[in-house]
Design a protein around this ligand. Structure first.
Ligand code: CP
Ligand code: NVA
Length: 304
C-alpha cells in the first residue's frame, strides 16, 4: 500500500480487497487487535463538522490500543494561522498518522506531501475514500458478492459519488449514476472510473434520468444535494434536484429486496423521504457502523 490514502486511485484492487478482508476480521472480533497500535497517536485535523468520521476514527484508535487527538476548525486553522506545510512538518513530529477533512483537496495533498507519517482523507471537496470503502464493504455484506450487483446512485456529482464510482469500478460492481444536468461528477474522475471498470469488466453508465438508474437496481444510494461549503447555492440546487428524490414511487421500480444506502447526514424530505430511509430496505445504520470496522482496518494497514 502507498503511504497515504487520499483517494481510491491510491489503492490497487488487491489493497482494497485486503482492507475489506481485514475489516471483516476486525468486525468479527473486537478484542483481537486491541494492542495492535499500542502507544500510537493520530491527529484528526478537521476543517468541517463530522459525526461518523470523527467518532469512528477516535473510537477505532482506542479499540486498537492507541489514541486520537481532535483538532477541529478553530484549533489549528490550517492554512490560515500557519501554512499547510508547517502544520504537516510539525504535527508529523508528534503523531503517527493524520486524518484530515479539508475544503480543498489540494490542501490535503499539500499536507500529505510534507508529512512524514501517513495522511488519510477524512473527506475533501473531491473525495471521500473511507466512506466508499465502507460502502462497498456493506454492499458485499448484504449482497454476498460484487459481480452482477447493480448499484444506482441518484443525486449530486459530489465527493461521495466520486469515490464510490471509483471503488465500485475497481471491484467490479455495475453502476448507474443519475445526476441533474450541470451537476455531473468531474470529467477527470469519470475517465478514471471508466478505466477501472474496463479493467474489472464492470459497467458504468451516467445519465440525467433517476428512473433509468434505479430501474432493476439491487442497491440505491443517495447523498445530500448541498454539501458542506455549498450552503450559499442552496436555493439553486433545490430547484435543480427536483425529480432526483429517493421516495416510495421510485423505489417501487428497483429490484425486489433492493437495499437503500446513504452516507449520512441525510436531509430527510430533500434527497430521501422518511418513508424510504426508515423502511426495511434501508441499511444506513449498518453502513454507519461499518465506518468503524473499515477504518480500523485502514489504520492497521497504514500504521500497523
Ligand atoms: N458520512 C460521513 O462522513 O459523516 P460525517 O460527516 O458525520 O463524518
Ligand atoms: N457530500 C457531503 C458528504 C458528507 C459526509 C458533504 O461533503 O458535505
Amino acid at each position: 500500500m502507498e503511504k497515504n490514502l487520499l483517494s481510491i486511485a491510491d489503492l490497487s484492487e488487491k489493497d482494497i480487497l485486503g482492507i475489506l478482508e481485514l475489516a471483516k476480521k476486525v468486525k468479527a472480533d473486537k478484542t483481537k487487535y486491541s494492542e495492535a497500535l499500542k502507544g500510537k497517536c493520530i491527529g484528526l485535523i478537521f476543517q468541517k463538522p463530522s459525526n461518523r468520521t470523527r467518532v469512528s476514527f477516535e473510537i477505532g484508535m482506542i479499540q486498537l490500543g492507541g489514541y486520537a487527538i481532535y483538532l477541529g476548525p478553530s484549533e489549528i486553522e490550517m492554512g490560515v494561522r500557519e501554512p499547510v506545510k508547517d502544520v504537516a512538518c510539525v504535527l508529523a513530529r508528534y503523531l503517527d498518522g493524520m486524518v484530515a477533512r479539508t475544503f480543498k483537496h489540494e490542501d490535503l495533498k499539500e499536507l500529505a506531501r510534507h508529512a512524514t507519517v501517513p495522511v488519510i482523507n477524512g473527506l475533501s471537496d473531491l473525495a471521500h475514500p473511507c466512506q466508499a470503502l465502507t460502502d462497498i464493504f456493506t454492499i458485499k455484506e448484504k449482497a454476498g458478492k460484487f459481480k452482477g450487483v447493480k448499484l444506482a446512485y441518484v443525486g449530486d456529482g459530489n465527493n461521495v459519488l466520486n469515490s464510490l464510482m471509483c471503488a465500485a469500478a475497481k471491484v467490479g460492481l455495475d453502476m448507474k449514476v443519475a445526476t441533474p444536468k450541470g451537476y455531473e461528477p468531474a470529467k477527470k474522475v469519470v475517465e478514471l472510473a471508466k478505466g477501472f471498470s474496463v479493467k474489472s469488466g464492470s459497467k458504468l453508465q451516467l445519465s440525467d434520468s433517476a428512473e433509468e438508474a434505479v430501474k432493476g437496481a439491487d442497491v440505491v444510494y443517495t447523498d445530500v444535494w448541498v454539501s458542506m461549503g455549498q450552503e450559499g447555492q442552496k436555493a439553486k440546487r433545490m430547484e435543480a434536484f427536483k425529480g432526483f428524490q429517493i421516495n416510495d414511487e421510485i423505489m417501487n421500480t428497483a429490484k425486489k429486496g433492493c437495499v437503500v444506502m446513504h452516507c449520512l447526514p441525510a436531509r430527510r424530505g430533500e434527497e430521501i423521504t422518511d418513508s424510504v430511509i426508515d423502511s426495511k430496505a434501508s441499511v444506513v445504520y449498518d453502513q454507519a457502523e461499518n465506518r468503524l470496522h473499515v477504518q480500523k482496518a485502514i489504520l492497521l494497514k497504514l500504521l500497523g
